[in-house]
Ligand binder design. Structure first.
Ligand code: HEC
Length: 110
């Protein structure tokens, strides 16, 4: 019995010491997207400048990986490196979650 109580206490302690897994917040992600990302990745621009990839409806794991890679310099693009360099890991996860929850526009209509 004592051993069980100690184990439960240790589990609680380790969650506090190591921090729980971050829960990405798509509302914060939307605010960041509106302020910083839409100028290039918005719907209106796709028709004009096809070099800016669509992000809406893209898979969450893919977006997270690309953002981490841009920041780490594993995926090279000068525009995107400067976009993510000042953002925290939490901000990257927020904005990835926001874009993954959007409906993909009809790209073939352009
Ligand atoms: C100044 C224009 C510009 C801004 C602003 C910008 N991006 Fe980008 N982004 C690009 C370009 C150009 C590419 C394509 C890079 C390449 O070809 O490798 C890209 C690629 C990406 C990709 C990879 C997409 C794919 O299909 O592989 C992601 C994810 C991304 N951007 C997220 C963001 C986020 C999130 C923000 C806001 C924090 C942002 N971008 C702001 C220009 C921009």
């Amino acid at each position: 019995m004592n051993a069980i109580i100690i184990m439960i206490a240790l589990c609680g302690l380790s969650a506090e010491v190591f921090g729980a897994v971050y829960q990405a917040d798509s509302e914060r992600g939307q605010a960041l997207a509106t302020a910083q990302c839409e100028s290039c990745h918005g719907n209106a621009v796709i028709a004009m400048a096809k070099q800016f990839p669509n992000l809406k409806g893209q898979k969450l794991a893919y977006l997270n990986k690309q953002l981490v890679d841009f920041k780490a310099g594993l995926r090279l693009d000068p525009l995107m490196r400067s976009q993510v360099s000042a953002l925290s890991s939490e901000q990257l996860q927020d904005v990835a979650r926001f874009y993954s929850q959007q409906v993909t526009p009809n790209l073939s209509a352009n």
